[in-house]
Design a protein around this ligand. Structure first.
Ligand code: GRF
Length: 194
């Protein structure tokens, strides 16, 4: 069965949505990777008996931190898919080239508009008539990888930011599990064919 891990640094609502939809289908991640030991995503993983791998960037270079993680991931065997879900670190080109599997990310704007860590605030604060989300492959740039899927909606100019934000997260929570499921099924099918 296809193997995957999730990376998260914060609230972890997307991580939670992934587990809630995919776990009943028998698709659980091998681990949660986080750089923030006290974040809600880590608590949720522990509560749900999902192993947690903590990345510690303190006092070492990014490459050293990533190498430690690559070693840990290798011990899990062949990890085919990394799902970034609010992971607030940029993975280096070294990591991207060293990890043999696929890496995907979710972003709360219609890329290429509003990339980066303030994407949601930038998107809400813009004059854009359409808002939405993007799920994409990860490449060496920040939120520049090939787009897998986007979903948008027309914004009502009167609608407050918190309501727009809730709409954006609701789309994320619905779409991300579907995309991950599709990729896992694809890996399973190609394994079966080999
Ligand atoms: C999401 O909006 C996602 O698009 C972005 O970071 C946020 C993470 O939220 N990459 P959560 O931690 O999943 O609640």
């Amino acid at each position: 069965m296809a193997s995957w891990v999730v990376f998260a640094s914060g609230t972890g609502t997307n991580f939670r949505a992934l587990i809630e939809v995919l776990s009943p289908l028998g698709k659980r991640p091998l681990a949660l990777v986080s750089d923030v030991p006290a974040c809600s995503a880590v608590t949720y993983a522990k509560d749900n008996k999902i192993p947690v791998l903590l990345m510690n960037y303190q006092g070492i270079t990014r490459m050293q931190a990533e190498n430690k993680l690559l070693d840990q991931l290798e011990r899990f065997g062949n990890v085919q898919l990394v799902v970034l879900a609010g992971f607030m670190r940029v993975l280096s080109p070294y990591f991207l080239n060293s990890f043999p599997g696929t890496i995907i990310n979710i972003h709360p704007s219609l890329l290429p508009r509003h990339p980066g860590r303030n994407g949601l605030a930038d998107s809400l604060g813009s004059q854009d008539e359409e808002l939405g989300i993007t799920i994409h492959y990860v490449d060496e740039g920040v939120d520049t990888g090939k787009i897998i899927v986007q979903e948008s909606f027309v914004r009502d100019a009167q609608e407050p930011f918190d309501s727009l934000e809730a709409k954006i997260h609701a789309i994320e929570h619905r779409l991300y599990p579907q995309v991950v499921l599709g990729l896992l099924n694809r890996f399973d099918t190609s394994e079966a064919l080999n």
